[in-house]
Design a protein around this ligand. Structure first.
Ligand code: BGC
Length: 422
């Protein structure tokens, strides 16, 4: 039912947009971008790109589809592409891009990539998603990571808390907040948010080698292991710290609870930092950014890429202008300072970034060198969407909301769902 409603909404969006493939002078200068950047911080970051292109004489046409994690956006994109009306570009995550590449729906901007030497400055892990058979068809604007916690500093001081270094200390900190009458954990009970949090819980419980075995290799013995059961048991512990109204809440409203001091902390990707920034809050003064307890030294990443669609000839110049702007060191710095993420280009200096941004940049570099830079399963950087957004989100959310009763049941259901989705 929900799926049907979403399809209908997508079809309507396509109808309203009515993008034609025919050439006209106006079309030539327009960049049409589908994305799910509808929160305050996200919109402010996107403005950097819009303004840069405006200066170059390009008009911007937004196709915003609200819904963190991009599930609804991907449904709209599918309808647009199927209808022969692809946007100039779409925000996209990992394996979603590979599907469009395989279906031959993407453009080839290799000439520009070559001229500007992108291959030398983009981490090889990301190039797996931005290129197909050596051809560039998507561009990365950033590197986000999901294993962070965002803490209200005043509340932390009030309860006498300190940075938790492992999962047990994390639970002890949440207990302290509870005892002081604060909401310990700000959460939006939506499948993608719960699954994104679970990525960190698994990393904290099992470490990077376990995470890779289970989520990258899909090793069945790891998926069914005592460590995975313990990860679900740890997730279950977190249920006790959310407020009664958490179900269905948007992620940025959960961030706002921390900003206002109604809740102690949020477990969320570093797009949360964009919300603190647009609320004029400063790290170290108003809030604290820590790696999810027990995951220091690892980065569970998701990158926002723009998939470049194979648009008619009259729209290609605008597409190249977008690619050029996105990959410019200037935009990569200014955009990510606001967005909360770190530049996808490894040659962008950290000078303009705040302390959390500087830590993010250093962490990516160190994790890349150590082999602990791993894709987020919840964000479709570890497996194709049928497994990430599909099987994984579904099992984690059913467990978190009590539909799957215990961790034995959870690992059984996880293996079953993953095998069915393969
Ligand atoms: C994207 C971020 C975005 C977040 C919430 C993630 O999937 O990578 O750019 O801010 O969803 O909307």
């Amino acid at each position: 039912m929900i799926f049907r409603t979403m399809l209908l909404a997508s079809a309507m969006a396509v109808g309203v947009l009515g993008v034609s493939g025919s050439a006209s002078a106006a079309d030539n200068k327009e960049v049409q971008m589908l994305h799910w950047w509808t929160s305050g911080g996200e919109a402010a970051a996107l403005n950097v790109l819009k303004q840069y292109l405006a200066k170059e004489g390009y008009a911007w046409k937004d196709v915003p589809v609200a819904g963190g994690g991009g599930e609804a956006a991907m449904t709209t994109l599918k309808a647009m592409v199927a209808g022969g009306n692809p946007p100039t570009a779409s925000q996209i995550l990992g394996y979603f891009a590979l599907d469009y590449a395989e279906a031959g729906k993407l453009a080839d901007v290799s000439a520009l990539a070559e001229k500007e030497g992108w291959a030398k400055v983009i981490p090889t892990a990301l190039q797996r998603f931005t290129t197909t058979d050596g051809k560039w068809d998507a561009i990365p604007i950033n590197i986000h990571s999901v294993n962070w916690i965002w803490v209200n500093k005043a509340l932390m001081e009030k309860i006498g808390g300190k940075e938790p270094k492992n999962f047990d200390e994390f639970v002890a900190l949440l207990d302290k907040a509870k005892a002081a009458g604060a909401i310990p954990l700000a959460l939006g009970g939506q499948p993608w948010q719960e699954a994104t949090m679970f990525d960190s819980v698994v990393m904290s419980t099992g470490g990077p080698a376990f995470y890779k075995k289970a989520f990258i290799d899909l090793d069945e013995s790891a998926l069914k292991s005592e460590t995975m059961k313990k990860s679900f048991d740890n997730l279950a512990k977190l249920r006790g710290y959310v407020d009664p109204n958490y179900a269905g809440r948007d992620w940025n409203l959960a961030t706002a609870m921390v900003i206002k001091g109604d809740a102690l902390l949020q477990v969320m990707g570093d797009w949360a930092k964009g919300e603190f920034k647009t609320a004029n809050k400063e790290p170290g003064k108003d809030y604290l950014c820590y790696r999810f307890p027990g995951t220091d030294g690892t980065v569970i990443y998701n990158t926002d890429m723009f998939a470049l669609f194979d648009v008619p000839a009259d729209r290609k110049a605008a597409q190249l202008a977008l690619a050029d702007a996105t990959m410019s060191p200037e935009v990569q710095s200014a955009f990510n300072v606001i967005k909360g993420s770190v530049p996808a280009r490894t040659d962008v200096p950290d000078t303009a970034f705040d302390m959390c941004g500087k830590k993010g940049i250093a962490d990516v570099k160190a994790a890349n060198a150590k082999g602990t830079f791993v894709g987020s399963l919840a964000q479709n950087y570890a497996q194709p969407p049928a497994i990430g957004t599909g099987a994984y989100h579904d099992v984690v959310t059913k467990f978190f909301h009590g539909e799957i009763k215990n961790s034995d049941g959870a690992v059984t259901e996880l293996v079953k769902a993953i095998n069915a989705a393969k």
